[in-house]
Design a protein around this ligand. Structure first.
Ligand SMILES: [Zn+2]
Length: 272
């Protein structure tokens, strides 16, 4: 396979570690050019440091470290404000003027498309329409990413997701012996991420588990602390037990493939 270029578009530093790190490490190891773009510096993330500019700087440094581990050739931050998340999980009422969620889709897409064109990208990875677990910035990544690929004429668009079927099964099972906080509703996961039948790509990244773990470890500001709120927030992102269970697979949906398409490589052709 001749070397190709893949751009991974994420909302915040650390999203790449959770969803696509194994695929990125695999592509880089195969000799492809891997570019990581984040919309925001994640300055309103959970951390011991107060949210704000200093946290954004810390998180960008963590992002560079993660990108280096994964073999990324280039890292860009579009510089939008982290929209944050309301305690109930929706759009935060108080947010910065340049919040990504308030950005004009067309303008943001144009900025990402400039990078896609500059890189002559063959592939763009974004999120599913649900934005995974529904963070408003992640939904915006889907919208902006779709449009950017259209503008730039990027051939392959992959929506990074999680197979929600085992996720829901596991959460229901966990609910029998673990009392979730009242605001935690397992049913919300029935519409989060993607159903197994919609998934077109199951990428085996077990060989890159070391890089994936190192990528996660690079985001130290997001990993510390053990209070209930934070544990809940982390669980809402990716439940730990499930994460360990499925550490070796990353999932994508490519919408221009016919139903029933099943691929194992981001650049794979269907039928194989
Ligand atoms: Zn995020």
């Amino acid at each position: 396979m001749p070397p190709r270029t893949a751009v991974f578009f994420h909302a915040h530093p650390d999203d790449e570690a959770l969803l696509t790190a194994g695929t990125m490490a695999m592509l880089a190891a195969e000799g492809h050019r891997v570019v990581l773009v984040v919309a925001t510096a994640g300055e309103r993330g959970l951390a011991d440091i107060q949210p704000g500019e200093a946290l954004g700087e810390t998180r960008l440094k963590e992002l560079y470290k993660s990108a280096a581990v994964l073999g990324c050739a280039r890292v860009e931050c579009l510089g939008y404000g982290d929209s944050g998340l309301s305690p109930k999980g929706g759009v935060a009422e108080e947010r910065p003027d340049n919040a990504f969620i308030d950005a004009d889709t067309e303008e943001a897409a144009k900025r990402l498309a400039d990078i896609l064109q500059e890189e002559r990208a063959d592939l763009l990875a974004i999120y599913d329409p649900a934005g995974g677990y529904g963070h408003p910035d992640h939904v915006q990544v889907h919208r902006v990413g779709r449009r950017a690929a259209e503008i730039a004429g990027t051939e392959i668009v992959l929506e990074a997701t999680v197979n929600r079927d085992p996720l829901v099964r596991l959460l229901k099972l966990a609910g029998r012996f673990y009392r979730f906080p009242p605001e935690f509703d397992v049913r919300t996961f029935e519409s989060a991420y993607s159903p197994g039948e919609a998934i077109t790509h199951r990428v085996n990244v077990r060989r890159y588990a070391r890089q994936k773990r190192a990528s996660m470890a690079a985001h130290v500001s997001q990993a510390s602390g053990g209070d209930t709120d934070r544990t809940l927030a982390v669980m809402l992102k990716v439940p730990g037990p499930l994460y360990r269970l499925v550490f070796g697979t990353e999932w994508y949906v490519r919408r221009d493939l016919p139903p029933g398409a099943r691929l194992t490589h981001p650049f794979g052709q269907w039928p194989e």
